[in-house]
Design a protein around this ligand. Structure first.
Ligand code: NIG
Ligand code: FE
Length: 437
């Protein structure tokens, strides 16, 4: 099956195959073609280019141009047979809208049971995230709910959120465990993530986050819980091949650098690379230990000193910031601009979770990147697409308009500019989301 998207007002986010991330001033630019077409075969982008009165690549059929106006190919979405090749061709009329890569969300916790709307009231009344957690709420509250929820029901609830983010233009998502905190419940979460991988067109990476909080059974015995993660959980997770990455909440009141080092060293024995929660609540040393273990990304970074920026230079680790969490918790936003000015890359992701960011809307993330972190629309666009694809290890297959990559695309209504996407961030601009496995 071949698909031809024509009448594209602006094809945005074009990159050469060699670019798997953008750093420093490279983030200032989004390569676009005005009045373009794009072709897809078997889910892969096979060609694109300008199409002013032009010929769009259907051999021996020069009538298939895509000049604005009534389509020579029939109505948008129609399917015809190319008589020369007997290939079925689907035509999609982009009607002058943008076509851009689907968003990549490199940090989420979207598999969870129920919600924490009660804590929302506590938060509004003035309790901090740490105070709610210290009272036995927070992550442990979600762990209790998840324990009571069957795997089937957990899948059902999670799929509601998965469908929600797909409709909002997310095409690749990383999903963490970490609301189990017992061997059985962590495996339950990871099996649900595997089932979501199997049953949706999303590109999905799964992350084992047993070290999200100390499970209730280990209260007061944190060292024993870390041993349990290393000796029992990691081997079981690896045996079922359930995790692409390992994560640790390396932060004040959660796990120390030494404990993180121990867990990451153990995970390395199974070939599982880290992605780290670092510096959300305090400067924690999480960035340094992550870089030491060649982490794919270090995430949050709301609290950062210049030492973290220095440490990330010349590393292959993607600093990933989560402005939805800063917004919801009312804490500092990461110093994205300083990172970029220092020549580093930055990715933005949603952190979709019930406690600190109950939203997976990547367009809102892109808007917060601009409004609260002072990124330009181009920098924020790159942070939410190619760089967030890198942060979850999939930038060789998604995150840009590149021949050979998966055709995971958003088609929008006609827009005045790229800046309109984060500027008018509540306007429903998405016409169609195309996702291919
Ligand atoms: O990324 N910081 C740790 N984990 C999540 C919050 C999890 C929760 O509160 O349920 C985060 O913010
Ligand atoms: Fe998180």
């Amino acid at each position: 099956m071949k698909t031809i998207i024509y009448n594209i007002g602006t094809l945005a986010g074009i990159l050469p195959e060699s670019k798997t991330m953008l750093k420093g001033s490279e983030m200032n630019h989004v390569e676009c073609i005005e009045n373009a077409y794009l072709t897809i075969e078997d889910g892969i982008i096979t060609d694109f280019g300008p199409c002013n009165g032009g010929y769009i690549g259907i051999q021996n059929n020069p009538s298939h141009d895509c000049v604005a106006g009534p389509s020579p190919c029939g109505q948008g979405g129609s399917t015809v047979l190319d008589t020369n090749t007997t290939t079925e061709i689907e035509y999609i009329d982009a009607k002058g809208g943008f076509v851009m890569p689907a968003f990549c969300d490199a940090h989420t916790h979207i598999v969870y049971a129920g919600c924490r709307d009660g804590e929302f009231r506590d938060k509004i009344a003035g309790l901090s995230y740490e105070e709610i957690a210290a009272r036995g709420g927070g992550i442990l509250n979600s762990a209790d709910l998840l324990h009571e929820t069957s795997e089937e029901e957990l899948y059902r609830q999670s799929m509601e959120r998965v469908n929600e983010i797909m409709a909002m233009g997310t095409g690749a998502v990383e999903i963490k465990s970490g609301y189990g905190l017992t061997l059985e419940d962590e495996l339950k979460m990871l099996r649900v993530i595997r089932r979501i991988k199997e049953t949706t067109p999303l590109t999905i990476k799964s992350t084992f986050l047993g070290a999200h909080a100390v499970g209730r059974a280990y209260k007061g015995r944190q060292a024993d819980y870390v041993d349990h993660i290393c000796k029992d959980m990691l081997p079981a997770v690896a045996a079922e091949n359930l995790a692409d990455f390992v994560d640790v909440f390396t932060d004040k009141g959660f796990f120390t650098v030494e404990e993180t080092d121990k867990i990451l060293s153990e995970a390395a024995k199974y070939g599982i690379k880290p992605k780290i929660h670092a510096n959300e609540l305090a400067v924690s040393g999480g960035v340094q230990v992550g870089v030491k273990h060649n982490a794919q990304s270090v995430d949050h970074l709301e609290a950062t000193t210049d030492a973290e920026i220095e440490c990330l230079r010349n590393s292959g680790t993607m600093p990933t910031m989560l402005p939805g969490c800063s917004f919801f918790l009312g804490i500092e936003f990461g110093r994205a601009k300083d990172y970029i000015n220092a020549g580093l890359p930055v990715a933005l992701s949603s952190d979709y979770n019930p406690g600190s960011s109950p939203s997976g809307n990547m367009r809102f993330v892109m808007a917060l990147g601009c409004i609260r972190m002072r990124l330009t629309p181009e920098q924020s666009f790159n942070a939410c697409t190619i760089n967030s694809a890198y942060a979850m290890g999939v930038s060789d297959t998604v995150g840009s308009i590149t021949v050979g990559k998966k055709a995971n695309l958003i088609i929008t209504k006609p827009l005045p500019s790229l800046a309109f996407i984060p500027y008018s961030h509540q306007t429903p601009i998405i016409e169609k989301v195309i996702l291919n496995k």
